[in-house]
Write a protein that binds this ligand. Structure first.
Ligand SMILES: [Zn+2]
Ligand SMILES: [Zn+2]
Length: 229
């Protein structure tokens, strides 16, 4: 099976450790490298590559240090404009990292942003990862693990905007650039989830989300084991 460990999640930093027992990769690196070392038990030398979704600091903070240490980093053209030493992954094209193969796909954020579909050649399993996206325009099949943003609920956001807890322009930006639990549930309904074992709900907004409610709704919809971060 694929082993997933959340090293950090949320607007203060995102970093996810993924291993199939043979190859280790990180998804995003939005915390200081020192923290990655601590939370990996100082096993960073085993990291084969890091896949970055987009340039924002809560996803890309450790990129300079990763590159300095000779760790391979993949992302899109926009991130490459910031860090020319990274490798560009073209959307839809398969790439290999040890025993993993991955493809990037386009997300909907305020900068160029990728999601990743990752497959282990050892376990034969597929993992889908996306975050910081208003919606996903693609459909997937034969997925076993989903790591997805569930940033806010429409009701909580609307209520916070109405009671002025959240400035209007902020709620407007959240709506256009992040995924609500409502949109995520619609995405899950539209995909074949028969093989899904685990779902990780990521990047929750403290002010506009309810972890217990989100977990219950996704469990009811999918029957998978659901973890919230
Ligand atoms: Zn983010
Ligand atoms: Zn972002």
């Amino acid at each position: 099976m694929i082993f997933i460990r959340v090293l950090a999640s949320g607007s203060s930093g995102n970093c996810y450790y993924v291993s199939d027992g043979k190859t280790v990769i990180l998804l995003d690196a939005g915390i200081p490298f020192k923290k990655i070392q601590e939370r990996c038990g100082f096993h960073t030398s085993s990291i084969a590559a890091v896949l970055i979704t987009h340039r924002h600091g809560d996803h890309a903070k450790a990129v300079p240090e990763l590159l300095r240490r000779g760790i391979k980093v993949f992302s899109n053209h926009d991130v490459c404009a910031l860090f020319p030493e990274i490798k560009i992954a073209k959307a839809g094209v398969p790439y290999g990292i040890g025993t993993f193969a991955f493809r990037a796909f386009e997300c909907q954020h305020d900068v160029e942003c990728y999601g990743y579909l990752i497959e282990s050649q050892i376990t034969g399993e597929r993992l889908l990862y996306f975050t910081d996206t208003a919606y996903i325009k693609y459909r997937f099949h034969s997925i076993n693990y989903i790591m997805a943003e569930a940033n806010y609920s429409f009701d909580a956001l609307a209520n916070n905007a109405k009671t002025s807890k959240l400035p209007y322009f902020v709620s407007e930006r959240v709506l256009q650039t992040h995924m609500s639990i409502d949109t995520l549930l619609a995405f899950l309904q539209a995909n074949d989830l028969r093989g899904v074992k685990e779902i990780y709900l990521l990047h929750l907004s403290n002010a506009n989300s309810d972890a217990v409610d989100f977990k219950r709704r996704v469990e009811e919809e999918t029957g998978a084991a659901v973890y919230v971060f």
